[in-house]
Design a protein around this ligand. Structure first.
Ligand SMILES: Cc1cc2nc3c(=O)[nH]c(=O)nc-3n(C[C@H](O)[C@H](O)[C@H](O)COP(=O)(O)OP(=O)(O)OC[C@H]3O[C@@H](n4cnc5c(N)ncnc54)[C@H](O)[C@@H]3O)c2cc1C
Length: 388
């Protein structure tokens, strides 16, 4: 069968646009589809840490962020009785010593345009509804546009649909119970936030434990403010996201001081996070990347770095398969090996830490200890931002 494209990428979020960019740059014919019209909102904390910035540098995107968006230099971690530990991003291997806070409506637009400039054919408002199968192998997608159904074929399909991916479910049989953990993450934007600077701020305060809060500065005293909490730690099933965020803003020792005079600019919104990776992310003709593969850290809820990196590895695996014209699953196994080797250790460590980091006395004494030693602070931060 003659294929229309080398690769079809489903989803134009952080993962889809970066995978598309890398493949188009390598000279392949790429179609990227998204169900939304761009620019589009994405509920997120908007923070990219150094390992993600390293991929953005590699893609040549970082120049488009510099001077326009807030750069961060490290992390402050607060606990109610343990105070605050302040740690700058350490000089470690080739990781940049900065992060960025970029509203997703802007970051995803920049990444999507970057992919288009590299030669990617982008179709918005085009939800993919199913895959096309050919001799037992994924060989394209069906999508709808303006009420009509279309079909496009390709040698490979990358699924970058984000959380609750329909194709991950229909092709791989991935179900919600296949993830290591599920959380709800809630956020709103605030203006007039006191005493914030160039640090990401994380809060393990008694009033919101076993959840974790954040204040991520965007400049001019505007911040992305949120809370993440495991679903099975919520006492009632019909939880109220505004109530949870209000508890963070009003009942904490440290965060409440910063948010005392702040005004909420947007509605409080929440989204589920399926975290810790899935067992299989490749099959004949198809690869899962980013949230579609559950690549979110179970401790921090960080997903953009994993989305960026997994997409780069997926593009490398597909590029080498296309170059050798080997369309079997085997060349894609390199991708599976990479994500297993490079991410699983962080997911396992984070899952272990989460078990203990829910009790106030443990969080308070840990912060008390960490803040006294630069070495411990850096070790802790390197676990948080997955650089070891
Ligand atoms: C409240 C909250 C705070 C967070 N904070 C952070 C943070 O500060 N830092 C961080 O690194 N991570 C954070 N995350 C996680 C982060 O948002 C995700 O890990 C990241 O967006 C994953 O990118 P992705 O490209 O895989 O998926 P997405 O960004 O979700 O993109 C998926 C795209 O696919 C499209 N799509 C879906 N289905 C179809 C279909 N059938 N056909 C066509 N298109 C489709 C969607 O429209 C979307 O554009 C947070 C998440 C939440 C909910």
């Amino acid at each position: 069968m003659l294929m229309n494209y080398d690769v079809i990428v489903v989803g134009a979020g952080v993962a889809g646009s970066s995978a598309s960019y890398y493949l188009a740059k390598a000279g392949h014919k790429v179609l990227m589809l998204d169900k939304c019209k761009f620019p589009r909102e994405k509920i997120c904390g908007d923070t990219v840490t150094p390992r993600g910035v390293r991929v953005l540098e590699d893609m040549g995107v970082v120049q488009k962020l510099e001077g326009r968006f807030k750069e961060t230099r490290g992390v402050k971690i607060y606990s109610s009785k343990g105070g605050c530990s302040v740690t700058d991003f350490p000089a470690y291997k080739d990781y940049p010593r900065r992060g960025f806070v970029v509203p997703r409506i802007e970051l995803d637009e920049i990444l999507k345009n970057h992919a288009s400039q590299a030669g990617v054919h982008f179709l918005e408002h085009s939800p993919v509804t199913d895959v096309v199968m050919e001799s037992g192998r994924v060989a394209g997608v069906k999508y709808s546009c303006d009420g009509k159904i279309f079909e496009e074929t390709a040698k490979f399909v990358i699924v970058a649909e984000g959380a609750s991916s329909k194709l991950a479910k229909s092709v791989f049989g991935i179900d919600k119970k296949d993830f290591r953990a599920t959380a709800i993450a809630i956020r709103a934007y605030y203006e007039g936030v006191n005493d914030i600077d160039d640090y990401m701020e994380i809060y393990g305060e008694d009033a919101i434990l076993p959840g974790v809060g954040w204040i991520f500065p965007q400049g001019n005293n505007v911040a992305n403010v949120g809370v993440g909490i495991y679903l099975n730690d919520l006492k009632k099933e019909n939880y109220n996201v505004t109530e949870i965020l209000d508890r963070f803003a009003n009942s904490t020792v440290h965060a409440s001081k910063k948010l005392k005079n702040a005004k909420r600019l947007t509605q409080v919104v929440g989204k589920k996070l399926y975290m810790g990776g899935v067992k299989r992310a490749v099959c004949d003709g198809m690869i899962l990347v980013g949230d579609a593969a559950g690549l979110i850290n179970p401790l921090t809820g960080e997903g953009m770095m994993y989305a960026l990196e997994s997409s780069k590895y997926a593009a490398e695996a597909i590029d080498s398969a296309l170059r050798t014209n080997d369309l079997k699953t085997k060349p894609l196994e390199g991708y599976q090996k990479n994500i297993d080797a490079l991410f699983n250790k962080y997911f396992t460590l984070s899952t272990f830490i989460v078990r203990f980091a829910k009790k106030p006395w443990i969080v308070n004494s840990s912060i008390n200890l960490i803040k006294r030693s630069k070495w411990l602070g850096e070790l802790n931060l390197r676990c948080w931002i997955s650089i070891n």
